[in-house]
Design a protein around this ligand. Structure first.
Ligand code: SDX
Length: 424
């Protein structure tokens, strides 16, 4: 058998048969094993060692703490770009020319409204104190009923029209959920504003008096870019799985919202604030860390499946936090967060497990200082992540991927006959 520089050989010891599989782009093709292994499956709960797809969108290097969107470093995009421009990059693969940028922003700007029937009625079905993520997830799924043409998922133009609508409407839907949650009147999107300013006004304006400070607008812009994509995370996997069934993009993105709502994923930034408030003071950090080491809970905002070094986003957010606190005043939980990071990074329990602050550790402090309630933090994550979800949905359909349907290892009872109730 020809020796191949980069390959693996699998031998089935039951038959002595072997197959050599080339290592291509860091992976080996699982279908190459089928001929050899038949009905023997690789067992990988949580998909911790499985590449579920091939993608050209985002590159993570967990050991070196690198994050690039279509090859561009996150540090440069966070400092110089906007979410609409990053959305264009993620979806189209290249930074837009001036003409492409202006046309794209025009399209997004003119699709920010949600149907009045929908806006007035969707949230009224919920309790006054409904969690905004529950409102957003329901609202996004409901949008599918207003755009039946979204089912034409084989048509690239139809896909692009829905992509623009979702990027445009997520902030409007999010702000509407917040205003409903606070019992405040809805604020219509002002198309004269940029994406981040428009969102802040829809959130916080009262009687056309609110003009967000430029530092706060910049922080929201940076945070949305940092959250825009992160390769095959839990919620992006959800949008790919549901999208592989050829569900429409609104339903697929609603599934992603559901995954993001989980405290292990997008709900972590909300959980970090609750953790810091529970610790309550710097002198109680040591006791809290000791409890975590005893297995009594986790440091929320710490650890990551891919990053085994400092999450590059956390570093950028930490810097942005200081700029925000110059305007809003220091968040009283900051000192506890800094002490917690210092304590954990000096403790072998965390260092040996390569647990570092992730994107969620400092983001909540900024959001809280700007005035967002903790219930809104995951909603903010969803606004930022929408372009990434849609870029992966679009890529998966362009790849004409088969429906996602993994196998299992059955460990249940063998076949047995039904026993009538009076004989049990
Ligand atoms: C996001 O995937 C993405 O890209 C996600 C995200 C994105 O942009 O989409 O980056 C956004 O979800 C960031 C993560 C936010 N979640 C949290 O901050 C919650 C706290 N973190 C963890 O629950 C955990 O770190 C995960 C869920 C993030 C990662 O879990 P893994 O990779 O499955 O790690 P693991 O559970 O296998 O843990 C390995 C070890 C275990 O210890 P041992 O059993 O080996 O003794 O590390 C421990 C864990 O107990 N551990 C932690 C810990 N995270 C892992 N111990 C204390 N505190 C933690 N936070």
């Amino acid at each position: 058998m020809r020796a191949v520089a980069d390959s693996i050989t699998i031998t089935d010891n039951r038959s002595g048969d072997r197959v050599e599989v080339p290592i291509v782009n860091g992976g080996v093709d699982a279908t190459a094993w089928r001929e050899l292994l038949g009905d023997v499956w690789f067992h990988d709960p949580g998909l911790t060692t499985t590449a579920s797809t091939t993608s050209e969108i985002t590159e993570l290097d967990g050991d070196r703490g690198i994050l690039r969107y279509r090859g561009y470093p996150i540090e440069q995009l966070a400092e110089q770009s906007t979410l609409p421009e990053v959305a264009y990059l993620l979806i189209h693969g290249e930074l837009p020319t001036q003409a492409q940028h202006d046309a794209w922003v025009h399209e997004i700007t003119h699709h920010t409204f949600i149907h009045e029937n929908f806006r007035k009625r969707i949230f009224d079905a919920f309790n006054y104190n409904a969690h905004p993520m529950g409102l957003l997830t329901s609202g996004v799924a409901g949008l599918s009923t207003f755009y039946p043409e979204a089912k034409n998922i084989a048509d690239p133009e139809a896909r692009l029209a829905q992509i623009i609508r979702l990027i445009a409407k997520m902030p409007t839907m999010a702000a509407a959920a917040y205003r409903f949650f606070k019992g405040l009147p809805f604020v219509f999107p002002d198309n004269a504003d940029d994406y981040s300013t428009r969102f802040l006004k829809m959130m916080f304006d009262i009687s056309n008096t609110y003009e967000p400070h430029e530092v706060l607008v910049k922080a929201v812009r940076i945070l949305s870019i940092l959250h825009a994509d992160h390769e095959q995370n839990c919620s992006t996997t959800a949008v790919r799985v549901v999208g592989s069934a050829h569900a429409d993009p609104y339903t697929s993105v609603a599934a992603a919202c559901g995954a993001l709502y989980g405290p292990r994923h997008g709900g972590a930034n909300e959980a970090v604030l609750k953790m810091l408030a529970e610790i309550g003071s710097m002198d109680r950090v040591g006791d809290y860390v000791a409890a975590v080491k005893r297995g009594e809970g986790r440091l929320m905002g710490f650890g990551h499946r891919v990053y085994k070094n400092y999450d590059p986003r956390a570093r950028i957010i930490k810097d942005a936090a200081h700029a925000v606190f110059e305007v809003t005043g220091k968040n009283p939980l900051l000192d506890i967060a800094l002490k917690l990071e210092e304590t954990a990074l000096a403790d072998d329990y965390f260092v040996s497990r390569r647990l570092y602050p992730n994107v969620d550790f400092y983001s909540g402090l900024i959001y809280q200082s700007i005035g967002f309630p903790t219930d809104m933090f995951t909603v903010l994550f969803a606004i930022g992540r929408t372009p990434g979800w849609l870029a992966h949905w679009n890529e998966m359909l362009a790849q004409d991927q088969r429906i996602t349907r993994p196998r299992q290892l059955y460990a249940g009872p063998a076949g047995r006959d039904y026993v009538p109730l009076d004989q049990r």
